[in-house]
Design a protein around this ligand. Structure first.
Ligand code: FAD
Ligand code: UDP
Length: 371
């Protein structure tokens, strides 16, 4: 029997490989990088000892009990609540927009009810069905908060006007009229004690799985029973219809003594500041952060993804949507290949959704194999 190939050793490839391996299939997992875990890769910085999230901060949060127990099966998840701050014109505010932010920003002491009525008086209620990011923001928080917290950050993050972005991007963020500053609303949230790479290593640790790093799938000459491809969709087809647009990130790392900013993430929405946020990684591990004398932090810059850059965020403007449809049709027609994950389906997927989908894809394959 021929082997199955999983292209990419991120959560998508690893979870599918594990499920099929447990059902008795032999799997080859290849990744062209020199490490497993894809964009969730973590490593200990040798100078500070801090666990670094190599491709940007990753916080695990989910409402899916199956996914939560899956991740806990392969690693120890420590309690972690993401609390983000924003530096706006030299003042520090609480995020996501909550009662504290509103009272700080408007120099008030509103109760929840008063704040709600006040924001409603500022909100553009005439925008009945917001289509764009800008309309969504104006409808829900009004002009002042939109300009201070969202307009500049979003222009820097996406490189386009917020009026040309879909409303769905802002819908990821809550608006609260209490002092809850948990960035996420999911019931389960945590951080892996030994890093994400250790979790993926445990997922991949099975006698039926071989992992090959520094290995481009396109250079393999082995024939496979089936391929699960978590690389970029357009790249699989040689970009012959054109390139799907992505944003890439540049991380400017620096080390200092002690504590640099006192929080894991501080956003910088001001348009004059060239970066979007600074993340200080020892604060992602509150159970050990006090043990480090030094610290490491990263300024994060967003720009259009060129040919040799790492694709991070799918842009999905109208142009991309049309191109995507054409590539999707070809992907569906491609025999023996299933396209999965963030790059294979060209969708922004959080880790929990990535795992849930990978489990479903594997289940679907096993069901078919049984028929
Ligand atoms: P990836 O992790 O991208 O893995 C794909 C792998 O395929 C890569 O390692 C690549 O090298 C390999 N590959 C591609 N082509 C080939 C080829 N031809 N041959 C061999 N190998 C190939 N999610 C959260 O839940 N919480 C967060 O806080 C969070 N923060 C994020 C922050 C940033 C900046 C970004 C960009 C994403 C964030 N995410 C977060 C999303 C998370 O990164 C994804 O859900 C996850 O990485 C998706 O896993 P994947 O396996 O589909 O893709
Ligand atoms: N956003 C913003 N200001 C902030 C934080 C977020 O304008 O301080 C916008 C920005 O457009 C971002 C979107 O809200 O892309 C979703 O925010 P989230 O924190 O989910 O961003 P991600 O995790 O995708 O980087």
């Amino acid at each position: 029997m021929k082997r199955i190939c999983a292209v990419g050793a991120g959560f998508s490839g690893a979870v599918i490989a594990r499920e099929l391996a447990e059902a008795g299939f032999k799997i080859l997992v290849v990744d062209e990088r020199n490490h497993i875990a894809g964009n969730c890769h973590t490593y200990r910085d040798s100078e500070t000892g801090v666990m670094v999230h190599a491709y940007g901060p990753h916080i695990f949060h989910t409402a899916d009990e199956r996914v939560w127990s899956y991740i806990n099966r392969f690693g120890v998840m420590m309690p972690y609540v993401n609390r983000v701050k924003a530096n706006v014109r030299g003042r520090v505010y609480s995020l996501p927009i909550n009662l504290h932010t509103i009272n700080q920003f408007f120099e008030a002491a509103f109760s929840p009810k008063e704040a709600e009525a006040f924001i409603r008086s500022k909100a553009r209620l005439d925008i009945e069905e917001p289509q764009s990011f800008e309309e969504q923001a104006l409808r829900f928080v009004g002009e002042d908060i939109y300009r201070a917290f969202f307009a500049g950050y979003t222009r820097k993050q996406w490189g386009v006007e917020p009026s040309s972005l879909p409303a769905s991007i802002l819908k990821r963020l809550p608006l609260r009229f209490n002092y809850d500053d948990n960035y996420f609303s999911h019931p389960y949230q945590g951080m892996p004690r030994d890093g994400y790479t250790e979790i993926v290593r445990n997922i991949l640790s099975h006698e039926n799985i071989e992992v090959r790093l520094n290995c481009d799938f396109n250079r393999l000459d082995e024939k496979f029973q089936h391929v699960f491809y978590s690389g970029p969709l357009d790249r699989y087809f040689g970009y012959d219809l054109g390139r799907l647009g992505y944003r890439t990130l540049d991380f400017e790392g620096f080390r200092t003594e002690g504590d640099f900013q006192g929080a894991a993430v501080i956003n910088y929405p001001d348009p004059e500041v060239p970066f979007t946020r600074i993340s200080e990684h020892k604060h992602f591990a509150p159970w050990e952060s006090a043990t480090f004398e030094k610290t490491i932090a990263f300024r994060e810059y967003s720009r259009f993804c060129e040919k040799d850059d790492i694709p991070y965020y799918p842009i999905r403007l109208l142009k991309e949507e049309q191109l995507l449809k054409q590539y999707e049709e070809r992907a569906t027609a491609e025999p023996g290949v299933t396209f999965v994950g963030r790059l294979g389906t060209y969708q922004y997927l959080d880790m929990d959704v990535t795992i849930a989908r990978a489990l479903r894809v594997a289940e679907g394959y096993l069901e078919q194999a049984r028929l």
